[in-house]
Design a protein around this ligand. Structure first.
Ligand code: NAD
Length: 473
């Protein structure tokens, strides 16, 4: 039996694609992708591997340029891109969609890759931070382009390239961002396909990335299902998983600042942020004052029957014993006004957040609702409030908050919750550098422990030793 030239070419292409190499001489180049946007995982991974080889040969200055361009595009085109993301995903708020792109400039770059050194009698040891190669990134619908852009900055700073499987409902804007980033990077540096993306992502394309030999590491940002899938994969995975951030307000808190902060955090992009305030446990002594202040700064209080009506449309009851309530995704990220209208309530213009008193059995308390209604539960005292917080955070160890002037209470809660972010006396975004100290990333690695991801998260440590020399002092 003799194989035709075409058959042989096809077999070679398939083998090379599986290895993550592009068969340049045989079948066109990665330019077949539309500025990084590809139809298949094999094509995207092959192009990203070629992009990685070129980036590895390029001067460090090219990484700096690429990152700078991504940040500039996010800032200067935030209005247009933020609007497009809202139109496509139909969740969240335009002002915050725009802001989330403008703040990509807070994501750190190559300055994080400082070589560590030990100099001693036996010479010199260096620890250098090397790239992994092609990183597979899975991004959420809640911040499609911002998560992608933040990942791009962190990963390229570390010398890596990317293959992205975006959420299908935010894929168009993610692809548009990738095209713009790659075009600008190519124009300035000649480097191509530092970022590749699957145009029509599915669970199958995600699975193909998870198992592809050309992908060296995974970063997933999303809810429980994808977090589980990544933890079960055989690759190193950085998992930015779900949360359900509780807020404790104790009797020493400034209830005005607490109310303003809860509204700012929970209303941000209609409570889509994984760090956003999702339920409040306030002690009896200041409960009423806190509720009143919520109403003064943009909150609208629902009464019991209105809360019941909202709860009924926001959740489906558990299907079997031991199950939990199921969130109605149609309501996720909708405006407070829209939620209110659904239960025949008209709220004043400027209402940012709905709130009301519930007990802890209301599903808004244990479930990550991602919509602008926040339940407030009365606690007997701060210990009770912390106990409830711990219970309803479910051990995600993601984010928790307290409003207090008592450092003992802060310490007690910090120790008990053991969360990746612990924010005191401010809105949740203060934990990501927005109104607080620190740098930004939209991927906060929780179960795998890397914390707010940064360029070092995406590097391998390499030790370089010179025996008996170069200690020059
Ligand atoms: P989602 O879990 O529905 O989707 C996230 C991504 O995972 C999407 O790209 C989706 O297509 C993919 N996916 C889902 N199931 C998968 C599976 N079994 N295998 C492979 N891929 C799969 O989440 P979402 O609605 O897009 O985002 C909201 C969730 O993400 C919330 O739970 C939120 O807390 C979490 N989140 C966490 C962080 C963080 O930094 N820790 C940041 C943003 C969002």
């Amino acid at each position: 039996m003799t194989a035709s030239a075409d058959t042989i070419r096809q077999v070679v292409q398939d083998v090379l694609a599986q290895l993550g190499k592009s068969p340049k001489s045989l079948a066109g180049s990665h330019r077949n992708g539309d500025w990084g946007v590809f139809q298949t995982v094999d094509q995207a991974v092959a192009a990203a591997n070629e992009g990685f080889d070129k980036l590895s040969e390029a001067p460090l200055a090219h990484r700096v340029t690429a990152i700078q361009l991504v940040k500039e595009i996010c800032e200067s085109q935030a209005e247009e891109l933020g609007r497009a993301e809202l139109e496509e995903t139909k969740i969240g708020r335009l002002d915050h969609k725009i802001e989330k792109l403008k703040i990509i400039k807070l994501v750190p770059g190559v300055e994080f890759l400082r070589t560590d050194a030990i100099s001693g009698d036996r010479g010199l040891m260096l620890t250098e931070y090397a790239p992994f190669g092609v990183i597979g990134a899975i991004t959420p619908v809640t911040h499609s382009l911002p998560t992608l852009a933040g990942n791009v900055v962190n990963m390229i700073a570390g010398g890596n390239t990317l293959v992205v499987n975006p959420h299908p409902s935010g894929a168009r804007i993610a692809c548009e961002g990738v095209r713009r980033f790659n075009q600008a990077i190519f124009k300035a540096t000649g480097l191509e396909n530092l970022i590749t993306i699957i145009e029509k992502p599915t669970l199958e394309t995600a699975a193909a990335i998870f198992s592809h030999r050309g992908v060296k590491m995974l970063v997933v940002t999303g809810g429980p299902a994808v977090a589980r899938a990544a933890m079960e994969s055989r690759k190193k995975a950085v998992v930015a998983g779900p949360g359900n951030p509780p807020v404790v307000v104790d009797e020493t808190a400034c209830t005005e600042n607490a109310a303003k902060s809860i509204i700012r955090g929970a209303a941000y992009d209609n409570n889509l942020l994984c760090i956003g305030e999702k339920e409040v446990f306030a002690v009896e002594k200041i409960f009423d004052s806190l509720m009143d202040n919520m109403g003064r700064f943009g909150g609208y209080r629902l009464n019991n029957s209105q809360i019941d009506a909202l709860t009924k449309i926001a959740f489906a009851p558990p299907e079997k014993p031991g199950d939990h309530y199921h969130l109605n995704k149609e309501l996720v990220g909708k405006d407070a006004k829209v939620l209110a209208e659904l239960i025949n309530v008209r709220v004043p213009a400027g209402t940012e957040l709905l709130y009301g008193e519930t007990d802890e059995s209301n599903p808004f308390v244990p479930e990550e609702q991602m919509m602008p209604f926040v339940p407030f539960v009365r606690a007997k005292n701060v210990d009770h409030a912390i106990e409830l917080s711990l219970k309803h955070e479910h051990g995600f160890r993601h984010t928790s908050l307290i409003h207090s002037r008592n450092v003992r209470n802060m310490t007690k809660m910090g120790k008990a919750m053991d969360t990746t972010l612990f924010i005191k006396n401010g809105p949740s975004m203060a934990g990501l550098g927005l109104g607080g100290e620190g740098y930004l990333s939209f991927s906060i690695a929780t179960p795998t422990g890397e914390g707010v991801t940064n360029p070092l998260t995406f590097t391998r440590q390499r030790r370089c030793v010179l025996v008996d020399d170069l200690r020059v002092i």
